[in-house]
Design a binder for this molecule. Structure first.
Ligand code: UDP
Length: 368
């Protein structure tokens, strides 16, 4: 069979590889001039630092098969994401852990004391938190919420934390010990040669052709036996049910010498600081040596027609536009929508790969 793919990010690369290995002909069309989608990495021209061109991407997973899969194509070196936060004029450790709590409240709590203290602060009347704000008030209490989450979240999502779902805050652990690893996963690391090299290797197969700078348009679907589409769901349907909301990011580049920030990611939680975070990319490759440094301030805003969509925006109230597109997608037999934009889900890289492996396997078992 001849299978078409819209996009050369993780989803289509992994599915395409599975189809190629099963003997099918795979044609991948990518409108940008590089593969790897928003996890694209490239060497910064001026400093030589490996930069995550669309913002920080740290690989972390509990999924052994996914970890083995990425290691098959690229060497992952040990990396632990330890994020810092500037809030109310001080620097704290994230995710919220015992050090954060003790520093913030000026205490010397042991774990049990911290837990009891936070429980006292928390709003126990919230039994089934639906919104980001309810989740925060129930589990971290009003002071930590105001310092670390309210302002950042309004900047990041352009919405009130009462309007966005609790699941967004559930991404972050809350710990009553001094573990400051941003993630709770068994496996974590950084690709030695970057994510783009990894995706290029996934795509390096005799049955795969990649065409850059060329989108696969909805009108092209009939040329293939099946299409996997990783572009925006509403775009495929010509926005006939209206626009889905996405957030886009702007990056402001800054060059420096030596170690300018002291860590890879510094979040800025105060609402009157317009950016959400600053990333100093050389800290993502601690095995490399660079005197020069490059940092990017990250700003979030509503995604307009010409912008690159990054984050789907989900609302507690639900979204009838999304329901309409999901129904339309479901009704199409020869197109499968995949990835963060195609399924309109806030997926991490490991979840994207897991979903791609499952999609390919299911499809090949049924029809391949
Ligand atoms: N968040 C926050 N303050 C922070 C970090 C995160 O309020 O210092 C909230 C914010 O709403 C964000 C969400 O938690 O969108 C998820 O954070 P994560 O670090 O997973 O975001 P990502 O790296 O995917 O942008």
């Amino acid at each position: 069979m001849h299978i078409g793919f819209a996009g050369a990010g993780l989803s289509c690369a992994v599915i395409g590889r599975a189809f190629a290995e099963a003997g099918h002909t795979v044609s991948i069309f990518e409108q940008r001039d590089h593969v790897a989608g928003n996890c694209h990495t490239e060497r910064d021209g001026a400093t030589g630092v490996m930069v995550h061109a669309y913002g920080p991407h740290i690989f972390h997973t509990n999924d052994t098969e996914v970890w083995d899969y990425v290691n098959r194509f690229e060497r992952f070196l040990p990396y632990t994401n330890r994020v810092k936060a500037t809030a109310q004029g001080r620097v704290y450790s994230l995710p919220i852990n015992l050090l954060t709590i003790n520093q913030f409240f000026g205490k010397t709590f042991i774990p049990a004391e911290a837990r009891a203290f936070i429980e006292e602060q928390a709003d126990q009347s919230i039994t089934d938190p639906q919104s980001f704000e309810e989740q925060a008030l129930r589990f971290v209490g009003p002071d930590l919420y105001a310092a670390f989450f309210r302002g950042y979240t309004r900047k990041q999502w352009g919405l009130e934390p009462t309007e966005i779902p609790a699941s967004i805050l559930k991404r972050l652990p809350l710990r009553f010990n001094y573990n400051d690893d941003y993630f709770d996963h068994r496996f974590q690391g950084m690709p030695e040669g970057g994510y783009t090299q990894m995706v290029e290797r996934i795509l390096d197969h005799d049955n795969i052709t990649v065409t850059l700078g060329t989108p696969l348009a909805p009108d092209d679907v009939s040329k293939f036996d099946h299409v996997f589409y990783s572009g925006p769901l509403d775009g495929f349907f010509g926005e006939e049910h209206g626009k889905l909301r996405y957030r886009t990011l702007d990056f402001e580049r800054m060059e420096a010498q030596g170690d300018a920030q002291g860590c890879a990611v510094m979040n800025y939680c105060d609402e009157d600081t317009p950016w959400t975070r600053i990333t100093e990319h050389k800290h993502f490759s601690p095995w490399e040596d660079h005197e020069d440094s490059v940092l990017f301030r990250e700003y979030s805003r509503a995604c307009e027609a010409e912008d690159i969509p990054y984050y789907p925006v989900h609302l507690v109230a639900g979204d009838r536009t999304l329901d309409a597109y999901r129904a339309a997608a479901e009704a199409l037999e020869n197109v499968t929508f995949v990835g963060r934009l195609g399924t309109y889900r806030y997926m991490d890289m490991d979840v994207t790969i897991r979903a791609a492996l499952d999609t390919a396997r299911g499809w090949l078992a049924a029809r391949g």
